[in-house]
Design a protein around this ligand. Structure first.
Ligand SMILES: [Fe+2]
Length: 440
């Protein structure tokens, strides 16, 4: 432990959670605050405090009139069960974040972190953290045991609950696919204080509800199992495209601030390595984006990505307030349109893109197809996007869509010979067989 502390500049004495009684004293003071945007109702505060004082583990916030049923995913934070190693792992993550975020995170994130007091050297107590979040944003925490289904995740969003896990990553682990408390709290929670981010997260929840409602209406009328499967598949597809908009903004978004690129996505900020990479490295492509434009929102929804490594393309918003233009209705409409159009891989630069810099892994649309045609190795994302596009083109695009105005129109650039070859080959099988992780 001493060596780990020395490596990260941590005072081991500080990795000591506050005593239970002191924590409750602080909670009582917090709950009584009236100088906040959302003061807590007295009766709700009283019941909340009694639960904390009784030593009940925190599970779902009870400070608003909203509730959410987490079913079998419901979990609880047993604060006293965290080990010294787990607190130290948190301290290491925060220490590494401090080295990068003051240089690369947007100012609003830094402000949010200090308001919520999540920059300390021990894992935050959710009773206290949840109360602080509610007072600033009207959002609350809902404790879950693992990654939850997207449907439940976004139902939580529509009611202003943010699902958080309770486990902490291993000491010095920089990136992990499954979100832990480091990702959820050190990454996401501070961004709630940015009104545009909190707003768009709720809009994503409401958009999912619109998709589920339409799906359920159609399921009620379905007369065969095949029809039911088809309806479910269609809804899943729309959810996937809506998810991409969320991914490239809430999770991996960058924003321009005073002429500089800065990070605000939680997926970036919960990884000190990706914080530097996303803003400072010449490797990824950075594209300027205005989500108030339908074509730009569609660019996000039609871009495929992988979750297993740092992103190859980041989208940089001109300003935060543009996020507020992403309404539930626009998310659903964009997902619908995306389902009918060819897609980009995370290495593509498309016609019409406003390029801040071309990353080392960028690839032209044609090169992507030609790589597949010549049986060269491609990553999963390239393969998926290429096969989808070729299939779509072979089967015929929806003639009612004007590609030049709704999409970015490079379809004509795909060589006829390639399309003919795709018709002849059992291409998808062959491509998938050949797919292996590839770095270039
Ligand atoms: Fe996340």
């Amino acid at each position: 432990m001493a060596m780990i502390c020395a490596r990260h500049g941590i005072d081991l004495q500080s990795v000591q959670p506050m005593d239970f009684d002191l924590r409750n004293q602080e909670l009582a003071l917090c709950l009584a605050r009236q100088d906040v945007p959302y003061p807590i109702d007295r009766e709700k505060a009283s019941a909340y405090f009694e639960a904390a004082k009784a030593g009940l583990p925190f599970d779902v916030g009870t400070l608003s009139d909203e509730a959410v049923d987490l079913g079998s995913f419901r979990n609880a934070q047993h604060y006293n069960r965290y080990t010294r190693e787990e607190h130290l792992s948190w301290a290491c993550l925060i220490a590494e974040q401090q080295k990068t975020k003051h240089r690369y995170a947007c100012q609003e994130y830094l402000d949010g972190e200090s308001i919520f007091e999540i920059g300390g050297s021990v894992i935050p107590d959710f009773y206290l953290l949840n109360a602080r979040i509610y007072q600033q944003t009207s959002w609350q925490l809902a404790t879950v045991s693992m990654i939850i289904p997207a449907e439940l995740f976004f139902t939580c969003h529509s009611r202003r609950f943010f699902p958080v896990t309770t486990f902490m990553r291993a000491i010095e682990q920089d990136y992990l696919q499954e979100p832990d408390i480091g990702h959820d709290v050190a990454g996401h929670v501070a961004t709630f204080t940015i009104p545009a981010v909190a707003h768009v997260m709720r809009n994503h929840g409401v958009a999912r509800n619109l998709i589920y409602e339409e799906r359920d209406r159609r399921l009620e009328r379905a007369t065969s199992e095949e029809a039911r499967q088809c309806i479910q598949k269609r809804a899943d597809e729309l959810l996937l495209y809506a998810e991409r908009i969320y991914w490239f903004t809430v999770e991996f978004g960058l924003v321009m601030q005073q002429g500089q690129v800065r990070a605000f996505g939680a997926g970036i900020l919960s990884s000190p390595g990706e914080t530097v990479f996303s803003v400072n490295s010449p490797k990824p492509t950075r594209l300027l984006i205005d989500p108030s434009l339908d074509t730009d929102l569609l660019r996000l929804a039609t871009t495929d990505y992988l979750i297993s490594e740092f992103q190859k393309t980041y989208f940089v918003m001109e300003r935060f307030d543009l996020l507020e233009t992403i309404t539930p209705e626009r998310i659903v409409a964009t997902a619908n349109l995306a389902s009918k159009l060819p897609h980009f891989s995370w290495r593509d630069i498309a016609p019409g893109d406003r390029v801040l810099n071309v990353g080392e892994s960028a690839i032209s649309t044609n090169e992507k197809y030609l790589r597949l045609m010549s049986n060269q190795l491609c990553d999963d994302c390239l393969t998926r996007a290429s096969i989808r596009n070729l299939r779509l083109i072979v089967h015929g695009l929806d003639p009612s869509i004007d590609l030049q105005t709704t999409w970015r129109g490079p379809i004509a650039a795909i060589p006829e010979g390639l399309i003919a070859w795709f018709r002849d080959e059992d291409a998808s099988h062959r491509f998938l067989q050949a797919t292996k992780p590839l770095s270039f």
